[in-house]
Design a protein around this ligand. Structure first.
Ligand code: AMP
Ligand code: MG
Length: 498
């Protein structure tokens, strides 16, 4: 349906349709549901500005567009096809069951970004689902994406949340919403698995060439471009998961369809931030065996990337499959040591160390051991280390149990700091940019989303968003947002696909 507002055309977003044009067989042309009353609930002005988007999107016409209800005829929206390993089991066809790719925004530097809708109605990939999304989970994705971005972690980001005016059925009736999201692309390991399963080798090559053109254009003239693509994706994903681990983020559903080629975090469904340090932390209600527990994430990443490598084998060396396997396996087997190096670098920064010593790993592991034993809040402990590095150790010590051996650890750490060449000032500044004060704490997220869904009150959401958008900046009035959940909040459970 065409946009009928004369105002709209003036502000029209120009979108390319590179994916749709380039990759036949990996999508179906589709349209969004026309919702009764699309209303813009939140618009990400910071993102719109950063992308240089035209004004006028934060209007009722913009809401009809960003909610998928009225899409200009010039667009070629598609539902993307993908497969995926879900909890270790291969599902040959998943796809956008409640999402649409509207097309790509191209910025001044020629960088392409998908404009994508989630909750925009059923598609041929819905598999019995209603194709809709509830308001709470879409606001959650907005909030967590902004928090991740502010923490310096590559992520898809929400441009807007549009209330649809419709009630949808979950455990009970919930207000419906559409999330408009921006991503470097929506190419996933699952997209490659779909191509490898359903298309001929030329189809997989088309997809790989598209991914290279999109994310690694310098590889187009590379001697072994597909092996190099594997290396790039490994590097980006290892960097990503290291960053998750350093802030205590648990994605919750690290299926291969949620592992991007771009290296951005995607799909903030059952994700949550760990409070008390424990590698076994699991929030997702369906992750009964803890496959995607906090401490398992690096291992799962390697597993997911092995699935990606398998799809590339025929491209890596078509006439020598054994050699292709050997080359890919070498890259995959290198992941744990690459991960460990980057993680330890990050942990050193969190501890205020600019130099390297062999015993640093032990120092980190001992701290984590003390934190786990005393159930110390991960975020608070690292933040309190800043004052401890400046001679005020009491707030840090108070986080641990009485008679905790943490004093012996503190003494070793202080001796280590004394051997580190960094000035006190530089160390403090670096730690303040590394150890956040504010993360989206589960009890605060729940409180904010409940108020939004049940009372239409977004003030708690806005306040939390404001805090997590400046996660390193301690501000008066936000003290409650820096503290872990009270005991009576109980164990936290999250849900998928809502
Ligand atoms: P996600 O958990 O969001 O990564 O989604 C996993 C798969 O389930 C994707 O193929 C989604 O499109 C699909 N899905 C999730 N929720 C719904 C829904 N309400 N209706 C249709 N498909 C859905
Ligand atoms: Mg997904």
């Amino acid at each position: 349906m065409a946009i009928d507002s004369p105002n709209y055309d003036r502000h029209m977003l120009e979108l390319d349709n590179w994916f749709a044009r380039d990759l036949e067989g990996l999508h179906v042309p589709w349209q969004g549901t026309a919702f009764p009353e699309p209303r813009l609930l939140r618009f990400n002005h910071a993102l719109a500005e950063a992308l240089g988007l035209p004004e006028g999107l934060d209007t009722p016409d913009g809401a009809a567009f960003l909610g998928g209800s009225r899409l200009p005829e010039t667009l070629t929206p598609v539902a993307q096809a993908y497969a995926g390993h879900q909890f270790g089991h291969f599902v040959p066809q998943l796809g956008d069951g409640r999402a649409l790719l509207l097309g790509e925004l191209v910025d001044g530097q020629g960088v392409y970004r998908d404009l994508h809708l989630k909750g925009s109605g059923p598609t041929p990939f819905s598999r019995g689902g209603d194709g809709k999304a509830a308001l709470g989970p879409m606001l959650r994705e907005f909030l967590v994406g902004e928090a991740m971005h502010a923490l310096g972690i590559p992520t898809t980001r929400a441009l807007a949340v549009v209330a649809t005016g419709e009630w949808i059925q979950r455990e009970g009736p919930r207000p419906g919403a559409v999330l408009a999201r921006v991503a470097l692309s929506h190419l996933r390991v699952g997209t490659f698995e779909y191509a490898a399963t359903h298309l001929d080798p030329a189809g997989v090559k088309r997809l790989a060439d598209h991914a290279i053109a999109r994310h690694d254009p310098d590889l187009r003239t590379h001697e072994t471009p597909y092996l190099a693509l594997l290396e790039r994706v490994i590097e980006r994903q290892v960097q990503l998961v290291v960053r998750w681990m350093l802030v205590g983020f648990v994605h919750g559903v690290m299926n291969t369809d949620n592992t991007t080629i771009s290296g951005e975090s995607i799909d903030y469904g059952p994700c949550a931030f760990m409070e008390a340090y424990d590698p076994g932390t699991v929030f997702s209600s369906i992750d009964v065996h803890g496959r995607y527990a906090y401490g398992n994430q690096p291992g799962i990443l390697e597993w997911n990337l092995a699935r990606f490598a398998e799809t590339l084998l025929p491209l890596i060396e078509a006439d020598n499959p054994e050699h292709a396997v050997a080359l890919a396996t070498e890259r995959i087997h290198d992941i744990p040591s690459r991960y460990q190096t980057l993680w330890l670098d990050g942990m050193r920064r969190k501890l205020g160390l600019a130099s390297e010593e062999d015993e640093d790993l032990q120092l980190v592991e001992e701290l984590l051991g003390h934190m786990q034993r005393d159930q110390v809040d991960f975020t608070q402990a690292f933040r309190a280390l800043i004052a401890a590095a400046e001679g005020r150790a009491a707030p840090f010590r108070r986080l641990f149990a009485a008679h905790s051996p943490i004093d012996a650890w503190l003494a070793r750490w202080q001796a280590r700091l004394a051997r580190d060449p960094q000035s006190q000032e530089a160390r403090g500044a670096s730690m303040r940019q590394t150890n956040p004060v504010y993360i989206p704490r589960n009890h605060k997220v729940e409180e904010a989303l409940a108020a939004a869904e049940q009372e239409g009150d977004l003030s708690k959401f806005d306040r939390l968003l404001e805090a997590v958008r400046h996660p390193f900046e301690e501000r008066p009035g936000f003290e409650d947002l820096a503290r872990p959940a009270p005991e009576d909040f109980g164990p936290y459970r999250t849900f998928c696909g809502t």
